[in-house]
Design a protein around this ligand. Sequence first.
Ligand code: SAM
Length: 246
Amino acid sequence: MSKPWFEQWFNTKYYHILYKNRDFDEAELFIDNLYNFMGLSNEYVCDLACGKGRHSVYLNKKGLRVLGLDLAAQSIAEAKKHENGALHFDTHDMRDVYKDEKFDVVFNLFTSFGYFDDQSDNLQVLKSVHQMLQPGGRVLIDFLNAKYTVANLVEDEVKEVEGIEFHIQRNFNGSHILKNIQFTAEGKDFDYTEKVQAVSYDDFNRLLTEAGFKIETTFGDFKLNTFDEEHSERLIIVAKKQDGAN
Ligand SMILES: C[S@@+](CC[C@H](N)C(=O)[O-])C[C@H]1O[C@@H](n2cnc3c(N)ncnc32)[C@H](O)[C@@H]1O
């Protein structure tokens, strides 16, 4: 059986080429806002599904001890170039518990959730995060606002990056937002489909509660404006591990 899409696509160099123009200023502004809102100073935090570590590096620059984890070995190899005494990276599947470490906060940033075919895996991610947190620790999930995203899907797009023409088609199949990406590079044709479950606020609330969390706050964008399911681009959730849970 072939590997699931997220194990293949995120581990290609073409994924990094397509998304190379991600807005770093916006990412840093987001971290600045979260850092202030969450009252952080010298905590030990995990950047779960960290990619090449852009948020991890900045969180560490702000004085936090950081462990970045991601399934994509190529991304972790890149991220490791930034390592220092208080910044480390490792390959890891977010469904599993990263043993022997307890964090004050686990971040899951930039739509790094809802990738699995088996719905129980979403719950498994949150249960593992729960075990990786100190008592009273918090998880921060930065996800797309499914309702807004589905209502505003750009169905067809062509994007040229580094001389590669990426043909992108998006659609919603009733449960997942699908983004098909076709391109030709180095004489070969490629065809990948990102598949993200349209997890709503209510879905998160149910999953987080079942995993032993209570939602404390939600925001609707990187500036931390209020979440509004009709109009917000993002669904950003801060949830706290409940007392009495392990
Ligand atoms: C949309 S990217 C976001 C990366 C990073 N947070 C950022 O903002 O640049 C999603 C990331 O999730 C990672 N990922 C996918 N499935 C994973 C899994 N099962 N466990 C850990 N990481 C996973 C991918 O390798 C990819 O780096």
